[in-house]
Write a protein that binds this ligand. Structure first.
Ligand SMILES: [Zn+2]
Length: 583
């Protein structure tokens, strides 16, 4: 584990504990082997002054919604330390009440909610506290005799806390187990199956203790030949990929974006024999289940059958573990191992799929390390269920927050760099779609550079260039639902585009084609012919001519206008025809 401390960078924060807290938090956050997407948390204890001029002992602790790698001072929630310490004295406290009391104990009404591990940070009697979910430590924990291995590895230099649900239960257990402990005798604390805590009054020492403890776990794995992971070349089958993404969306009840990872590591994992015996045992840490569910699907045999049995198994898992009045989540997997191909991750949008893909990637690596060490043995399913069905997560289901109209939909647009094209791209993204922007302009990467958008240079008139672009598009997002042909003046180009796109559109979700241009109405006729009678019913087609007075044909709510349409109007028509629900 690389020590990223830099004396010159750190010097500017010598007299600024909060600035120093941001600095070392970011050092931890830069290392995906330590924390992933919002995982881990850090804090600093300081004396501050409140509105009345009174001094208050304050815990600045990472707020929810912030990543350690990019955190700023505003990402730390200032909590009254005495309130957190009093909360720890309750015999029991629901996590909802804990979150509520932490909200009330804030010294800044605009601050984010404090981490659910805030009370635990408060209990540790040092100025700086660092916490990660380091892969190497988790690999050692999640084995048959994990606790003994941790004790052999660290001896009496760390406090070992048996696994318990994060939140109040964890804070309470640490409070009870450490009441008579001399914290100065320890370098850190290992939470079994969860992660590592380090602490010190000095920011650098706390950070370096983390790096050193995790580094020791890495060396432990290396010495036991447990760091080698499989590699292979992944096959691709984009039509099957689009069919899988369609099936997962159907089971989930909403469109998903599928990210296909066929890197040599992902393909290597997918090729391992006996995947069923170890790859479906459980997650690295229970909190991953909130994003990625407890286990992936394994798409051996017919993917449709495999997905159906995943859904049945998920229902059985819910019924085995659910008590009280819990709402069962959908039965679709969040990721899948596709033997011989690689790993698929299914998200509500491209970003969500990417987060899940990172979790899947790390899981596949750590599982192999633990297997080599003596057998991967994660927590029991009941412990994972407790986190997946945490009251705080169940509460989110009832919030009824509206999602963007095109969330999970995948759109492809040609001539994306001209004015109408780039307006459409912006509008599709704003409505939540994953967008593939094509253009023959080699400068497309500099013209359209947006994270949720895949931009590709492509000659629509060249079948090979088009097929390559389509292959990249399907691998990035898993399918195609919305095709926008911007400039339909060349009949041959339209025909080539249809040949490339139709097989995927037919597997799409509520698929639609929008055609822009002076020949749009003629193009609609030829597209209807190309699609044929059978599928023309399932693919909606609309034509919009920006230059014509009778502006668009085949569009259901068509009205003629006096003047040519503005770019904004065209954009609105295109994207509204794409988000219109099937009736
Ligand atoms: Zn944690």
């Amino acid at each position: 584990m690389k020590n990223r401390w830099n004396e010159n960078d750190a010097a500017q924060f010598a007299n600024d504990p909060k600035g120093m807290r941001v600095y070392t938090s970011r050092l931890l956050g830069q290392e995906p082997e330590l924390v992933l997407h919002g995982g881990g948390n850090t804090s600093v204890k300081m004396t501050t002054t409140d509105f009345f001029g009174d001094t208050v002992e304050t815990l600045f602790v990472k707020g929810s919604g912030w990543d350690l790698g990019t955190i700023e001072e505003a990402g730390f929630a200032p909590e009254r330390l005495d309130v957190l310490n009093r909360l720890a004295e309750f015999d029991s406290l629901s996590d909802s009440d804990m979150v509520e009391q932490q909200r009330i104990a804030l010294l800044d009404s605009k601050a984010p909610n404090a981490s659910v591990e805030a009370i635990l940070h408060a209990l540790i009697p040092f100025r700086y506290v660092d916490h990660t979910h380091a892969n190497a430590a988790i690999a050692v924990c999640n084995t048959e005799d994990g606790e003994q291995r941790i004790r052999d590895l660290y001896g009496d230099r760390v406090i070992v806390i048996p696994y318990v649900m994060p939140g109040f239960a964890l804070a309470k257990l640490v409070y009870q187990l450490t009441k008579d402990v001399d914290w100065n005798a320890y370098k850190g604390m290992i939470l079994m199956n969860h992660g590592v805590f380090t602490f010190s009054d000095d920011a650098r020492e706390s950070y370096e203790r983390m790096i050193n403890l995790v580094g020791e776990a890495e060396t432990y794995l290396e010495k036991r030949n447990a760091t080698k992971t499989a590699n292979a070349e992944g096959k691709s089958n984009n039509l099957e990929l689009a069919a899988i993404r369609r099936r997962v969306s159907d089971i989930r009840g909403l469109p998903v974006v599928a990210k296909f990872d066929r890197s040599s590591k992902a393909a290597g994992y997918s090729n391992l024999p006996d995947l069923e015996t170890f790859a479906t045992q459980g997650p690295l840490t229970p909190d991953h289940s909130i994003f990625a569910k407890r286990i992936p699907a394994i798409l051996s045999g017919t993917p449709t059958t495999a997905l159906k049995s995943y859904a049945n198994d998920y229902l059985a898992y819910f019924e085995r573990n659910a008590s009280e009045d819990l709402t069962c989540l959908d039965q679709a997997p969040r990721w899948a191992i596709w033997p011989g191909h690689g790993i698929l991750s299914f998200g509500l949008n491209a970003k969500n799929a990417s987060v899940i893909s990172d979790i899947a990637n790390h899981t596949s690596q750590v599982v192999q390390m633990a297997q080599a060490l003596g057998g991967w043995k994660p927590l029991d399913e009941s412990d994972v269920f407790e986190v997946e069905y945490w009251e705080l997560e169940q509460a989110k289901l009832k919030s009824n927050k509206a999602s963007p109209p095109l969330q999970g939909k995948i759109a492809l647009i040609t001539d994306a760099t001209n004015e109408i094209g780039s307006n459409c791209v912006q509008s599709l993204l704003a409505q939540g779609a994953a967008v593939i922007a094509l253009s023959s302009d080699s400068k497309i990467a500099s013209i359209i550079n947006l994270p949720a958008c895949l931009h590709l240079e492509c000659e629509i008139g060249d079948a090979e260039s088009l097929d390559q672009a389509m292959a990249k598009a399907i691998e990035a997002f898993g399918g195609l639902d919305i095709l926008i042909i911007n400039d339909a003046s060349q009949a041959e180009e339209v025909s080539l585009l249809l040949q490339a796109a139709l097989p995927f559109l037919e597997l799409g979700i509520d698929p639609s084609i929008s055609i822009l241009g002076t020949n749009a109405t003629n193009a609609v006729q030829s597209i209807r012919l190309a699609i044929g009678e059978q599928s023309s019913e399932s693919i909606r087609i609309s034509a919009i001519d920006p230059h014509s007075q009778t502006a668009y044909a085949s569009y259901r709510s068509a009205k003629s206008t006096e003047a040519p349409l503005s770019n904004e109007t065209v954009t609105r028509l295109v994207t509204s025809s794409a988000s219109e629900s099937h009736s």
